[in-house]
Design a protein around this ligand. Structure first.
Ligand code: FAD
Length: 465
């Protein structure tokens, strides 16, 4: 018998891609939407997330809550290391999703415009890791939302527009979106009361100014953002409630001293830094995104896009939560046998697997509709996705925490606590579940009424009446 080391090496150890190919994660109905180049990119993203990011997630969670890094994660040692690695993987450009194409990649050398379904897959793969979500601009999607708004609608000052897009894409600045106000229900953006009075320039348009008065609440990263997108009432006399608001763009450096007050709001660690911002006769150069009175519609499109990708990221989190549960159950013995062997575990695992797949399918369906018909046409599908996904994924993570016992409650030893906070807060952020469900219900009724009326008319016509 030859020594083991002398035997011919005919056996090649399988790589991860051999035992668990990327196609396992792409719904069959979507597979034909991707070409070889896109599949190769997904493999690369997956490799980066699996081998570079996931092992560092808990270290990142420890570093990111330290005082010196809390407000600027770019200075965290793990982020510095991984930014360099991103470059070596060729994934350092920002992926910007767009429906209908039509945008020129050469506008900015630091981005790559991709279609919605391709970005959907990237968001799913990246969502598995806390650190990757941050690196790929998917952690809160605020900058992504601002870029979408600026790209789709432009703003009064073209020069500022170009500079802001470049700075946002290159990660040089942060932006924030100011919609919610403490005294009115944020579920309905039409409640917005902050006022913006426009003073037209006497000589030319560039001299025009706007004066802001009001109070915004629960604004993420307001303190550290240079770009403020603020929903305000600019057309108080307008009879159509959908045309009263505009989205005002403010460069933080233009804000005169003592005209704004920014106060911290205490929240749970891990969901971010939140502020209350009070404007008192804050006079800044006029800069409106899109047309005056279009603010509400612009916000709707922006929210649809960020909601969809937030949900895909949550599906990725769900996938990771299943992996962590599998790992724990394979290692942990309770009452003499592995948790994995318990019928209860098998049942729950299968149940949550089905839920993740269901949410993922809904998300991909909405992304495909965006590509074919535009984001506006996919609003109903995106509403469904947002009403279902955060709820299911937060319940899945809750189960996963339970399975991990007290270990699952340690916020810097497993990412589960973080995942729970993110998925749970997504049930409120950017429209609570109930408001979306109520909206879908209203739409169902109106569709039914339209259908029934036409059906009755056609039936009568067929009967010759
Ligand atoms: C993590 C996070 C980040 C956020 N970031 C920002 C930000 O950057 N900028 C910003 O402007 N805002 C931000 N917000 C605020 C967020 O947009 C609002 O919290 C959200 O729109 C809900 O508004 P609200 O809190 O006023 O709740 P309300 O509108 O008062 O709703 C309270 C509850 O009423 C119920 N409800 C609402 N509508 C209906 C309905 N139609 N039928 C039945 N029940 C209903 C729901 O249970 C809902 O949870 C953030 C919130 C969170 C949690």
């Amino acid at each position: 018998m030859p020594n083991v080391s002398d035997r011919p090496k005919t056996y090649k150890k399988p790589a991860l891609e051999d035992v668990d190919p990327i196609t396992n994660y792409i719904p069959a109905s979507v597979l034909d939407k991707f070409d070889e180049r896109q599949l190769a990119r997904f493999k690369k993203v997956r490799k980066f997330v699996e081998f570079e990011c996931l092992p560092l997630d808990t270290i990142f969670l420890q570093e990111s809550i330290l005082f010196e890094y809390k407000n600027d994660w770019e200075t965290c040692p793990v982020i510095i290391t991984l930014r360099k690695k991103l470059e070596s993987y060729g994934l350092h450009k920002m992926f910007v999703p767009m429906d209908h194409g039509g945008y020129d990649n050469s506008l900015n050398e630091n981005w790559e415009i991709v279609n919605m379904v391709e970005f959907a897959m990237i968001a799913f793969l990246v969502g598995r890791s806390v650190i990757a979500s941050y690196l790929f601009h998917l952690d809160d999607l605020i900058n992504m939302g601002t870029i979408q708004v600026l790209l789709r609608h432009g703003c009064t000052n073209h020069e500022i527009w170009v500079r802001m897009i470049n700075d946002l894409v290159s990660n040089n600045i942060k932006s924030c979106l100011m919609v919610s106000e403490r005294d009115v229900a944020g579920s309905d953006a039409l409640n917005t009361q902050t006022k913006c009075r426009i003073i037209e320039g006497k000589e030319n348009e560039a001299d025009s100014m706007m004066v802001l008065n009001g109070e915004k609440w629960f604004i993420k990263d307001a303190h550290d953002s240079e770009v403020w997108l603020i929903l305000c009432v600019t057309e108080p006399e307008e009879g159509n409630i959908y045309r009263k608001h505009s989205l005002c763009l403010v460069n933080r450096n233009d804000v005169p001293p003592y005209t704004t007050k920014i106060e911290t709001i205490d929240t749970n660690e891990g969901i971010g830094n939140f502020y209350q911002v009070t404007f008192k006769d804050c006079k800044v150069p006029l800069n409106i995104v899109g047309e005056r009175g279009e603010g509400y519609q612009i916000l709707q499109t922006k929210s649809s896009i960020t909601r969809l990708f937030q949900c895909l990221k949550l599906c990725g989190m769900g996938q990771e939560s299943l992996r962590l549960s599998n790992k724990r159950a394979a290692e942990r013995k309770v009452f003499g046998s592995k948790l994995q062997k318990s019928e209860c575990f098998k049942f729950e695992l299968a149940h949550w697997r089905i839920k993740v797949e269901t949410c993922k399918l809904l998300c991909f369906n909405a992304a495909i509709k965006c590509d074919y018909e535009g984001v506006k046409a996919a609003r109903e599908e995106i509403g469904m996705v947002k009403a279902v996904t955060p709820k299911e994924i937060s319940s899945l993570v809750d189960w996963s925490i339970q399975l991990h016992g007290c270990y699952g409650l340690c916020p810097t030893r497993t990412p589960l606590s973080h995942m729970w906070q993110v998925s749970r807060s997504s049930r409120i952020n950017d429209a609570p579940d109930e408001s979306l469900i109520a909206q879908l219900g209203r739409l169902e009724i109106s569709n039914y009424n339209k259908f029934q009326k036409t059906y009755d008319q056609e039936l009568l016509a067929l009967a010759g009446k």
